[in-house]
Write a new protein. Sequence first.
Length: 252
Amino acid sequence: MRILLIEDEKYIARAVAEVLKKSHYAVDVVHDGNEGLAYGATGIYDLIVLDIMLPGLDGLSILKKLRADGLTTPVILLTARNATTDKVSGLDAGADDYLPKPFHTEELLARIRALARRNPGYVDEGALEFSDLCLAPWTLTLSCGGRQIQLSVKVAQLLELLMVNKGAIVAKETILRKLWGFDADAGSNHVEAHVSLLRKALAQAGSRAGVKAVRGLGYRLVEPQEPQELQADSLSPARPSAGQAPVSQCSV
Ligand code: CA
């Protein structure tokens, strides 16, 4: 998940970004309202944490502009404590949640997880399922048939992105921006290298799922029908395909 943090108080921004990164979120931080609007409008973020009082353009104006442009990305607004007008105007402007300052970072993390759960791609506690796979993005743990393997941050972020899209094609450019943002000088060779690492991880986990490259478009997760399974089914249709049932791996 990639988060945009728009906050001009640099020590708060730094502390929050650090906490988010420790929870394995990809984070971009901007300190100015106009810059925040430009970053937010790119549409690559899964969530925006938005301060109200900002230089250049205030948070509520940013939010209104983003919503007017049709952006549906969840937004958590940072409001002044007890400022009911901020709260009301924020929700009216299209904020999904608000958090009065000062706040505990644990509370921000809990709200982020709550908003993430609204995305139908996620199951309990923010885990993801596809085929025989379960990914817990906050611990970078991939489970498959009782086997657990530890992924690197980027490989886990790549798998999360593909799993959220449930087998739909994800453009290479989207992967590049979601994983590396705008500042890094990463290129499509980085995407290819990480797809290769992800394929190795899936093989290591013993998964039936794979990553398919769709020429000129991007990548998607696939769950290939195994030839043995098809043969067994056609020979004796009544026979249950042992071990092939879509049993949930996510028991978090
Ligand atoms: Ca501020």
